[in-house]
Design a protein around this ligand. Structure first.
Ligand SMILES: CCCCCCC/C=C/C(=O)SCCNC(=O)CCNC(=O)[C@H](O)C(C)(C)COP(=O)(O)OP(=O)(O)OC[C@H]1O[C@@H](n2cnc3c(N)ncnc32)[C@H](O)[C@@H]1OP(=O)(O)O
Ligand SMILES: Cc1cc2nc3c(=O)[nH]c(=O)nc-3n(C[C@H](O)[C@H](O)[C@H](O)COP(=O)(O)OP(=O)(O)OC[C@H]3O[C@@H](n4cnc5c(N)ncnc54)[C@H](O)[C@@H]3O)c2cc1C
Length: 669
């Protein structure tokens, strides 16, 4: 444990901030009452001896990591029920503090299995399954992806063939590539899963549908007949999770195990047409809608670590014989870290919008109004992809900005990165998700050409592209937003025109699409970027906080927008929308903003309000005592338990002796 009070540099940083970080914390967590409740729940978990006593995951092997994570998450699950915590966000605060950076082996049970039952099951099915789920008699996961197919789910090969005589479905993975592969917690933890399979009845394939499958005996936990299950082995991250594989050999389940809220097969095998398309994709939409906030939180943790450390770390005298500078004073270090910080706030704001939009839209869907599903799909897919790409790249920047110590697990950043980066892949591979956004945008563009009204968040497309930017020396938010709108509109039009031109010259629409997927992803990315920028400005402008806090927050928001223009400059100037002079204004504004943010950098990360016990970082400690903490971390390495390791006697000594004998002058003769 480090001692010595707060590091003097860090203390100074907090004194010189121009705003009160608590104000921003209150905004981030939606009010002081919610902040108090968050801290209360986090403290409850942090003080709980079961969580407190557990060894740090970094020093454990994979089996131990799995067992520790399981023990903690099960204890948390029980405590959450005992404490009567029902709000999802409050459960999250408790869990995060109970098992920081340890992914839950019952995570899929809570994040996909139960929500899918709640949304896709009939009332009768819910009555039967939900109580068993809540008592963990049933522990389930979401088994969709197969060895051969993750993205193209219409191509899944698992079959569910209805037998009207027995009134059962026969589940089968008829070939190697059909085996379920990747589902979280499928390998060892769960005893049930939702299986996505091709529904075949009366000899006809009706496409993929969801079925409830019991995989293991509920007492002995042994796999049931016809089911082979296992863990898929170690991965880049998620070491503590048993992502699994599953082979099914003609496993029979009752007809009632098909999720029948929207889709139905009658006893005689008649398929009843559902009220709408893609309703069984809604579980993916839920998680996609939650990922933007989640990934923003991952990045915010990396920013706390890198920025606090950069305030403490001193390296190189600026003038000969002078004091070594805090590395945070180097403009280049600010250029790495402040855009990352701005990105984390931007994504937290986008995530807030996204989740609220999800709740609003799904409430309409529940009432039978499916009209906004395409918008929900496009926005959740796009923000999921955009935010995970941006945030994982920024986390890696944070890690490298910590120099050598960033590479150590002592920093905490490597674990944040490896657990964040699969967000680019799971719940829809990012490029594929961007192409779904592009598909939506192309439709909107066609509707525009037909003179139809567009949904509000794509109405900017109706503006003329013949205008020039209003950007002046004082870089105004309005002009920044318009620049993003212009870039998105132009790239959407460019992609649409390219496709139309190919179709006009004889290509099929599919061929024209496939020859333009790169420009289509440019357009989709520009759309998502514009959406995030615009939403960030709107949320800062509407935020209720004092003037100094708002000014500090606004500086970040502007930096996010300005930095995005500089990073993607070609797309903003290609048609002459911004001229050379205006680009210079923006470049100058970037440097001015770095200087403006500098005194508030530590306060801006303090506002995220992560206790040390959650952050688990020697570099990101609130007191800045990083060197003592690094030394303590090194001392606690199991390799240091023995002064001389057995491997020295087993391997080094014999080789030394052999080499010594070989190198004797006599031996060479
Ligand atoms: C607490 C967190 C811990 C982390 C845990 C991580 C857990 C991870 C779990 C998983 O990864 S589960 C598996 C996730 N898998 C995927 O996401 C698969 C991705 N693939 C798809 O979603 C689809 O195959 C596709 C790429 C969207 C294509 O679908 P499909 O082939 O059926 O459609 P298209 O022919 O392209 O389009 C047809 C039509 O349907 C519309 N559409 C597609 N998806 C949706 C949707 N979800 N909602 C509404 N509408 C949808 C699409 O836009 C087309 O519309 P039109 O243009 O024809 O109007
Ligand atoms: C940590 C983790 C947890 C997971 N948990 C679960 C789970 O709980 N349940 C579950 O069912 N699955 C789970 N998955 C699987 C995950 O959902 C899939 O890996 C994901 O959907 C991507 O599919 P894929 O692996 O088939 O990638 P592929 O589609 O094979 O992607 C490979 C490449 O092909 C490109 N590509 C593919 N199709 C197209 C296209 N049409 N156009 C252009 N490019 C294309 C992609 O962009 C990518 O570059 C998990 C995966 C991970 C990593």
């Amino acid at each position: 444990m480090a001692t010595g009070g707060v590091n003097a540099d860090l203390a100074k940083e907090r004194e010189r901030a121009t705003f009160d970080s608590e104000q921003l914390t209150n905004f981030l967590y939606r009010g002081p009452e919610k902040v108090r409740r968050k801290r209360y729940l986090q403290n409850l978990a942090i003080q709980d001896p079961v969580f407190k006593k557990a060894p740090l995951w970094a020093f454990l092997n994979r089996e131990q990591q799995y067992a520790t994570a399981l023990k903690k998450h099960l204890h948390a699950y029980r405590r959450i029920q005992e404490l009567g915590i029902t709000e999802p966000v409050e459960k999250f605060y408790y869990r995060e503090a109970a098992a920081p950076h340890e992914n839950s082996p019952i995570g899929l049970h809570e994040s996909m299995f139960i929500p899918t039952i709640e949304k896709q099951a009939t009332e009768e099915q819910k009555r039967k399954w939900l109580p068993l789920c809540h008592s963990l008699k049933m522990i389930g996961t979401y088994a969709q992806t197969e060895l051969g197919h993750g993205t193209f789910i219409r191509g899944l090969e698992t079959t569910a063939t209805y037998d009207p005589v027995a009134k059962e479905f026969i589940l089968s993975t008829p070939k190697l590539t059909a085996m379920k592969y990747w589902p979280g917690n499928l390998g060892k933890t769960t005893n049930h899963c939702l299986v996505m399979a091709q529904l075949i009845t009366k000899g006809k394939n009706h496409g993929i549908h969801m079925f409830m499958l019991q995989t293991r005996d509920m007492e002995t936990h042994q796999p049931l007949p016809g089911i082979e299950l296992g863990d898929i082995g170690p991965k880049f991250g998620f070491f503590d999770n048993d992502n699994g594989y599953m082979i099914l050999k003609d496993v029979r389940i009752p007809r009632e195990n098909m999720f029948m809220r929207y889709y139905k097969v009658l006893e005689d095998g008649t398929y009843v047409t559902p009220p709408g398309d893609r309703l069984n994709y809604l579980s993916m939409v839920l998680l996609r809608s939650a990922i933007t906030s989640m990934i923003g939180q991952h990045l915010s943790q990396a920013c706390i670590i890198a920025i606090r450390y950069s305030a403490v770390r001193r390296q190189t005298e600026i003038s000969p014989g002078g004091e070594e500078a805090q590395v945070l004073d180097y403009q280049t270090q600010q250029y790495k870290l402040f855009p990352a910080l701005a990105t984390s706030y931007a994504m937290l704001m986008a995530g807030r919008f996204m989740y609220d939009f999800y709740l609003k839209t799904t409430a309409q869907i529940e009432k039978g109004d499916l009209g906004t599903m395409p918008q929900l799909h496009a926005l959740s897919a796009g923000l999921k992809a955009f935010s995970t790409w941006e945030c994982t790249a920024a986390i890696e920047v944070c890690r490298m900005s910590c120099g050598g110590h960033g590479y150590s697990h002592a920093s905490g950043i490597p674990k944040i990165y490896v657990d964040a980066t699969p967000g680019c892949t799971y719940e829809g591979e990012n490029t594929v998700m961007m192409l779904q956004v592009a598909r939506f945008l192309m439709k909107m563009y066609t509707n525009l050409q037909k003179g139809q009204e567009l949904p509000s968040f794509v109405q900017y497309m109706t503006k003329s592209l013949d205008t020039k930017s209003c950007m002046k020396e004082e870089v105004a938010p309005k002009c920044l937003v318009m620049a993003y709108e212009h870039r998105a509109s132009r790239l959407i039009k460019a992609a649409a025109d390219a496709i139309q031109a190919m179709v006009m010259s004889g290509s099929s629409p599919q061929e024209a699409w496939n020859k333009n997927t790169v420009p289509l992803t440019w357009a989709a990315l520009a759309f998502c970027h514009m959406f995030v920028v615009k939403n960030f400005f709107e949320m800062v402008e509407d935020a209720k906080m004092d003037g100094q806090t708002k000014a500090a927050f606004m500086a970040l928001c502007k930096l996010y927008a300005v930095n995005g223009v500089i990073t993607h400059l070609g797309e903003f100037i290609q048609d002459g929308y911004l001229n050379n002079q205006q680009v210079q204004y923006i470049q100058k504004s970037l440097l001015d903003l770095l200087a403006e943010i500098r005194p508030n950098a530590v306060a801006l990360v303090d506002a995220f309000d992560y206790p040390d016990a959650i952050l688990q970082s020697c570099l990101g400690r609130y007191d800045g005592q990083v060197y003592q903490a690094l030394y303590d971390f090194a001392k606690s390495s199991p390799l240091n338990e023995k002064e001389v390791l057995d491997s020295f006697f087993d391997y080094v000594k014999p080789v030394q002796q052999e080499l010594e004998a070989m190198n004797q002058p006599m031996a060479r003769l």
